[in-house]
Design a protein around this ligand. Sequence first.
Ligand code: ATP
Ligand code: MG
Length: 287
Amino acid sequence: MNKTVIKLAIQKKGRLSEKTIELLKNCGIKFISNSSSLKTKAFNFPMEILFLRDDDIPGYVADGVADFGILGMNEIDEKNKNVSIIKKLGFSKCRLSIAVPNDFNYTSIHSLEGKKIATSYPVILKKFLTENNVSAEIHEIGGSVEIAPTIGLTDAICDLVSTGGTLLSNGLKEVEVIYKSESALIGNKNLSPEKQAILDKWMLRIEAVYKAQNNKYILMNVPNSSIEAVSKLLPGMKSPTVIPLREEGWSSVHSVINQDDFWEIIEKVKREGAEGILVCPIEQMIL
Ligand code: ATP
Ligand code: MG
């Protein structure tokens, strides 16, 4: 009997947790997560889930304490551990930006020459400054970076931004975006064949969830004279399903369309005489 279990490290509590858990649930992986447990086992998939601080995940995955981890690319690149990036997951998007007080006379990146910058991301910031030939003093702090200029600690900050609201309320303006981040799945570089096989099974589910999110199931009534034209607009996975309606001369046409083409296709099929158009979400899509 194969008893191999993969260990996945995810953020215990924070901006990544909800979406990460949602992804696992959409993959049909069932488990109980409560705020006090540090570890849980899925009921219906060979996976153990470790709840950790995101800062610790790259190290644990590199050392093999966990086989996989889900966290922001910003932490992955900052920690710079020897792990493989298996898939970018597209949620928790944010940017790492340099911001200065509103009254700072900022003209270009060279305005930062000789200044002090507070950040929790010294590695990414250092790389950016070096690439741009700016020498500034990096002051590493763990959190609440945005108050550093107000309390006179530094001249500028480099921190994560999503809407910019926190910067605004601290009297700061964003002057340089130095890095764009999203969540990603990382893995240990020396997976056993058994663990690799479980990953393959899991990846099939992840891909199905992502494909489904980008596609819609669409149904419409079409006069028989327009079936050819409508079918060309709705190629679907193979070809559309055409079912005769009870009313003579009409059929129901079913297909799958990409979210991005959605409105354009609706306009075109309406021009061909389609009516009663229904659009439904898809839960999983396996090609
Ligand atoms: P932990 O306790 O796990 O160390 P944390 O305080 O480092 O948590 P969070 O603030 O929960 O981390 O953010 C986790 C990740 O979410 C970030 O590393 C980043 O990838 C992403 N993120 C998305 N939007 C933002 C944002 N506006 N501010 C900070 N991080 C964001
Ligand atoms: Mg953290």
